[in-house]
Design a protein around this ligand. Structure first.
Ligand code: NAP
Length: 511
């Protein structure tokens, strides 16, 4: 904490959210600021406008942050562009060491960061600690990968020539991130971009800017030069203009976006004008298949983790449980029991709750509408089925639906809530056909103990990631990404760097 205090002294303009949470008997960590971070300075919006950050648990304000507009975004892009002129020439070792410093600070402040995530995103603090550990694992990973962005010496087909491929950073990157993993979605992108020698302008979601600002405070403390890592905060109304500017500015070389498929498509279109590099991590509609040979107990444990983490608000959440007929009743009975035993709604700050609120009212209403649509069309509600208004406005009861068919929204679209939907199938072909009957293709899961089936089904699923007898698949070492309308490119793994480098071919002639 001494380092953090020094940071505050060094940045005289920084104002803390002092006391804001004292009335609510919770305290925000001391490095949560009410200013955005541009060109190494903590700044207000030029308009002076701010917006409130709400605690989804009770809808109360945690404080305000700058509601930046195009002028502020332009300044951040220019700062990132100016910083890139030096940053691109740093050595891989220098970048690696700064990333390592940042990682060490993120580890040191793990609990404080988790508290910020819980307060603004609503997830139980144990899950927030999990996100912080997942989030900083990308900074650690890319601090190591930074040292291995090697080129290639090719075998020339002619004696008089030598041919070499080198990798160079693309330049300024615009990183647009969602609220559901407010730390990890930033570090998964920024870790790779910074390792490659790019500079960043990050636009976090309206719902979760505080985590982003805390990351910036620790990045500054780690020693990143001014302008290398910038955070532009804005509300939902200003997001389209900021996004457009990031996509269309000639000073920005590439965009990396995580969020909805709808917004992803818009950004893709906007990037086409300048033929920008673009990485898209979009929505999913994950099938979770349980075959007759599966260990049903293990499948239920995997189902709970995959479905109810972050209250179902994860792009890789199981969206449709496809259960083979012989084990259908057993699976549904055991899942019902586990849901009743393990899911406790409440404030994420308390250690007893395992299921937080949905992020905002819009999301709560969306989930409600999806369940109502299913019920109207004949779905059977085994558990839940309505808002848990006794706990809070944004809470939804853990819900289990059967008798689901392809006319229902919950069959076709990402639910993004604590609603498990079970569909019975007869054959492997039928399961694969239902699983692939969607425009999305992010993650898929299946449980089977038939080795021949395991290889067959793993290859046939039209998704970017497959969990086989496993419900939790994310890791810095793995290549995260989807196929079809779930996105373009991969994050994490050594492939995560590819988004941020150009390959340049050097041909040495007349040798
Ligand atoms: P979203 O509405 O697309 O928002 C994501 C980000 O884009 C936010 O920062 C948002 O700002 C911003 N944004 C919204 N409209 C924009 C526009 N016109 N131009 C530029 N930026 C804009 O998505 P969400 O509802 O926050 O997140 C849920 C979706 O993200 C789900 O579909 C989920 O599957 C997907 N997701 C995917 C992954 C993955 O890795 N594939 C991971 C997590 C989530 P505001 O918050 O201010 O609106």
């Amino acid at each position: 904490m001494a380092l953090i205090r020094r940071l505050q002294l060094n940045t005289g303009t920084v104002k803390q959210f002092s006391g804001i949470l004292q009335q609510r008997e919770v305290h925000l960590p001391s490095f949560v600021y009410d200013k955005a971070y541009v060109d190494g300075k903590w700044v207000a919006a030029t308009s002076g406008m701010t917006f409130k950050v709400l605690n989804p648990y009770d809808g109360k304000s945690l404080g305000v942050v700058p509601n930046m507009g195009e002028e502020d975004c332009k300044a951040a892009i220019e700062a990132a562009h100016a910083a890139f002129q030096e940053w691109q020439n740093t050595t891989a070792k220098e970048r690696s060491m700064l990333l390592r410093n940042w990682y060490n600070l993120l580890v040191k402040n793990e609990n404080e960061l988790a508290k910020i995530i819980t307060l603004e995103a609503g997830k139980p603090v144990k899950e927030s600690v999990g996100e912080v550990q997942y989030g900083h694992s990308f900074v650690e990973w890319f601090s190591e990968e930074a040292r291995r962005i090697n080129g290639e010496v090719l075998c020339s087909p002619v004696k008089s020539k030598e041919m070499i491929l080198i990798k160079q950073p693309i330049g300024v990157t615009g990183l647009i991130t969602p609220w559901n993993f407010p730390m990890a979605m930033i570090t998964r992108k920024a870790g790779a971009a910074l390792a490659a020698g790019c500079t960043c302008v990050v636009k976090p979601a309206e719902d979760t800017p505080l985590t982003a600002l805390a990351l910036a405070a620790l990045a500054e403390e780690a020693g990143f030069p001014k302008g290398v890592f910038n955070i532009v905060t804005c509300d939902r109304d200003n997001a389209p203009a900021i996004g457009k500017m990031l996509c269309e500015s000639p000073l920005v070389a590439g965009i990396s976006f995580t969020g909805s498929t709808e917004v992803g498509k818009l950004l893709y279109k906007q990037c086409s004008q300048g033929v920008k590099r673009i990485g898209l991590e979009l929505g999913g509609n994950a099938p979770f298949i349980v075959f007759n040979t599966a260990d049903v107990d293990k499948a239920v444990v995997g189902a709970m983790a995959s479905k109810f983490r972050n209250c179902g608000q994860a792009c890789v959440s199981a969206n449709r449980f496809l259960i083979q007929e012989e084990v259908f009743d057993k699976f549904v009975a055991k899942l019902t029991e586990k849901m009743q035993q393990e899911l406790v709604l409440g404030s994420g700050i308390t250690s007893t709750s395992t299921l937080g609120p949905l992020i905002n009212i819009t999301q709560t209403m969306k989930v409600n509408k999806i369940v109502e649509d299913a019920v109207q069309k004949g779905a059977k509600v085994l558990l839940g089925g309505k808002q848990a208004v006794n706990v809070g406005e944004r809470f939804y009861e853990p819900t289990l639906l059967t008798n689901v068919n392809d006319s229902m929204t919950c069959y076709k679209e990402e639910i993004f809530g604590p609603v498990a939907v079970c569909i019975k199938f007869k054959s492997e072909e039928e399961a694969v056909s239902i699983a692939n009957d969607t425009k999305r293709g992010l993650a898929g899961y299946f449980y089977s103990n038939d080795i021949t089936q395991i290889f067959r089904v793993a290859k046939k699923l039209s998704v970017g990631m497959v969990g086989i007898n496993e419900g939790m698949i994310s890791s810095a070492e793995a290549a995260f990404g989807g196929v079809k309308e779930s996105g373009i490119g991969r994050e994490g793994s050594h492939h995560g760097i590819d988004e941020y480098v150009y390959i340049k071919y050097l041909c040495f002639g007349n040798l």
